[in-house]
Design a protein around this ligand. Structure first.
Ligand code: DOR
Ligand code: ZN
Ligand code: ZN
Length: 425
């Protein structure tokens, strides 16, 4: 089986290649990526005027299965990601039961093989039941194929135990993905502690809730040598600490989510729980720091923290609804509209942050369009203008503050191992 992707603008971070050329795929592998390729092919995809990027990789997705299938399933979540342009996603472990055992890891891997059109990688929980008391079977889960460990949804508050987990991760050569939140400092906060929380009379979550754990985790990574990846950074001091850690040469990488580089607290519509996520959208000053950090490559990765919830759950008040918004089907739109079309980052940086760098964080041979690589490819129409419409979402979760958002830029075709798994029509 041969496929030719013709005349696209190829953005290949592995070679810093940005040029209009053809890509030849043979039996799921990229055979050539250069110039004009002629001949007979089983399939020809005209990519004129389109961007051709290595398949997007989302390090941070909540698929909800097992246990919360009323919010999302492995099938719906992975199909939503395919529509968003993702060829690989990492499933976070705050399922029910938590993904803390060989059995649950195997369940997700097997189920994904059956129902998912894209690659689903599994992140194992750091502690049993995510209870923070005892390490989970990290070694066993690694044997089953986990790509990382994380306690996402919370932090492991016992620093001694977390240090043991980091030592284990270092030994097994997997990254630790850190959700940074000192739970003892949250005190019922629902949105950022600042002007909006004052105005609405809602309890706030201060920056320090995140910052103290970012500092702690960087220091434990320094001591253990473990690869630390900081999830959903949201504060001005997170940006500073990541920058300083990198300057020191520490094994630290970090991500920002589209909602954190698009919104600030001023945008929150009172009592709309679609503006409630953890960490919360912060002040304008924080927003600016995050944008700068993306521009200057302090932040390596754009991930979604796709967190579907039911309509009923999100219809509750901003104080009582659960944290989280969906992101798989809006990330390309927000990244292109907010960062690329505004000139803050270029196409190469977008491909780095949404594909190449996530692959480097995981240590997997993806995120490139090099010859010999598996043909996971995303084709993006950079000029397509449309309004985000939750009714068109494949995800079961419709919880987003971006319904009606005027976007420019859309993933129009997602290719996994040479096969088209999603096509816009
Ligand atoms: O907003 C969030 N939602 N933040 C998290 O850390 C967890 C996630 C979820 O699982 O809903
Ligand atoms: Zn988190
Ligand atoms: Zn998360």
């Amino acid at each position: 089986m041969t496929t030719l992707i013709k005349s696209g603008r190829v953005i290949n971070p592995a070679k810093k290649q940005d040029e209009v050329c053809d890509i030849l795929i043979e039996d799921g592998i990229i055979k050539r990526c250069e110039g004009v390729i002629s001949g007979e092919f089983d399939e020809v995809i005209d990519a004129g005027g389109m961007l051709v990027m290595p398949g997007l990789i989302d390090l941070h997705v909540h698929l909800r299965e097992p246990g919360f299938e009323y919010k999302e399933t492995i099938e719906t979540g992975s199909k939503a990601a395919a529509k968003g342009g993702y060829t690989t996603i990492c499933a976070m472990p705050n399922t029910k039961p938590a993904t803390d055992s060989r059995e649950t890891v195997r369940y997700i891997i097997d189920k994904a093989k059956e129902v998912s059109p894209i690659n689903v990688l599994v992140v194992g929980a750091v502690t049993k039941g995510q209870a923070g008391k005892e390490l989970s079977d990290i070694e066993g889960m690694k044997e089953e194929g986990i790509c990382a460990i994380s306690e996402d949804g919370k932090s492991v508050m016992n620093a001694g135990l977390y240090r043991e987990a980091m030592k284990k991760a270092k030994e097994l050569n997997i990254p630790v993905m850190a959700h940074c939140e000192d739970i003892n400092m949250v005190c019922g906060g629902a949105i950022n502690k600042g002007t909006k929380s004052e105005e609405l009379g809602v309890r706030g979550i201060s920056n320090a809730v995140e910052d103290v754990i970012v500092a702690r985790d960087i220091l434990i990574a320094k001591e253990t040598g473990a690869r630390l990846h900081l999830c959903h950074c949201s504060t001005v001091d997170s940006e500073r600490m990541v920058r300083e850690a990198k300057a020191e040469g520490l094994p630290v990488t970090a991500e920002v989510c589209p909602h954190h580089f698009t919104l600030c607290e001023d945008d929150i519509i009172s009592n709309d729980a679609n503006y409630k996520m953890n960490p919360p959208v912060r002040s304008r000053k924080d927003l600016e720091a995050l944008r700068n950090g993306l521009k200057n490559d302090v932040f390596d990765v754009i991930s979604t923290d796709h967190a579907p919830h039911s309509a009923e759950e999100k219809s509750r008040s901003i104080e009582t609804a659960p944290f989280g918004i969906v992101g798989s089907e809006t990330a390309v739109a927000l990244t292109m509209t907010e960062l690329v079309h505004t000139g803050l980052i270029n196409y190469m940086q977008m491909a780095e942050k949404m594909s190449y760098n996530p692959a480097r964080v995981l240590g997997i041979p993806k995120g490139t369009l090099n010859e010999g690589a598996v043909a996971d490819i995303t084709i993006i129409d950079p000029d397509r203008e449309y309004e985000i419409d939750v009714e068109s979402f494949v995800s079961m979760g419709k919880n987003t503050p971006f319904n009606g958002y005027k976007a420019k830029g859309m993933a129009v075709r997602t290719i996994v191992e040479g096969k088209t798994v999603y096509k816009y029509e």
